[in-house]
Design a protein around this ligand. Structure first.
Ligand code: AMP
Length: 215
């Protein structure tokens, strides 16, 4: 299965991607996680990306295209992949289509998690995350031990781009640059829209029901 998890920031793409990884063993490719790892390691890519990320802007397409091209060619993608946070612009989607054609792995489905703005803002402002990629919500999904990641035992923190100023900009950027992809994939008959306001397990059940149709 080659899946795109689509939706605004805070829609639950990362959370659902991780559940899918456990469920069907195909890798999650999160461009946000890849960029954040580069920022942490202080690589050239990380240094270039950080200023965009902190403001809630998109990192330039050229940077992302290189990352995604290399990642999709890795061995663990042979049985499928879950794209989380890519594509985010029409040019990124166009390039993705070319890469996938080249490697013979068409997208099977685009799962669009729909969530209203006020819920997104609430979720993001209460989000904590871990450098291992796990994410939590201080009220609805807190770590079992205060501030400690359930998965790896590291300390959880608030993402720098989850601060109020950046969040508003991320939503604006989503609407202007990313939302047009809804039509783009709907026209290709790939889009399935799901109610992302349900709780984590309910959304996952809905996702499994969609994927069962492809089995
Ligand atoms: P995410 O973790 O998916 O919310 O991404 C965090 C930030 O990383 C975004 O706000 C962008 O600055 C950057 N980013 C992640 N994926 C992309 C992408 N496909 N295109 C451009 N920038 C991206």
């Amino acid at each position: 299965m080659n899946i795109i998890l689509f939706g605004p920031p805070g829609a639950g793409k990362g959370t659902q991607a991780k559940k899918l990884v456990d469920f069907n063993g195909i890798p999650q490719i999160s461009t946000g996680d890849i960029l954040r790892a580069n920022v942490r390691e202080g690589t050239e890519l990380g240094l270039a990306a950080k200023a965009y990320m902190d403001k809630g802007e998109l990192v330039p397409d050229q940077v992302l295209i290189g990352i995604i091209k290399n990642r999709l060619k890795e061995q663990d993608c042979c049985k499928g992949f879950i794209l989380d946070g890519y594509p985010r612009t029409v040019p990124q989607a166009d390039v993705l289509a070319v890469i996938l054609k080249e490697i013979g792995k068409p997208i099977n489905v685009v799962l669009n998690l729909e969530v209203p703005d006020e819920v997104l803002v609430d979720r993001i402002s209460k989000r904590l995350m871990c450098k291992c990629g796990a994410s939590y919500h201080t009220v609805s999904n807190p770590p079992k031990k205060d501030n400690i990641c359930d998965l790896c035992g590291c300390e959880v923190f608030q993402r720098s781009d989850d601060r109020e100023e950046a969040v508003q900009n991320r939503l604006k950027v989503y609407k202007k640059q990313t939302q047009p992809l809804i039509d783009y994939y709907a026209k290709q008959g790939l889009l399935v829209t799901l109610d992302g306001t349900k709780n984590i397990d309910e959304v996952f059940e809905d996702i499994k029901a969609v994927l069962a149709k492809f089995a």
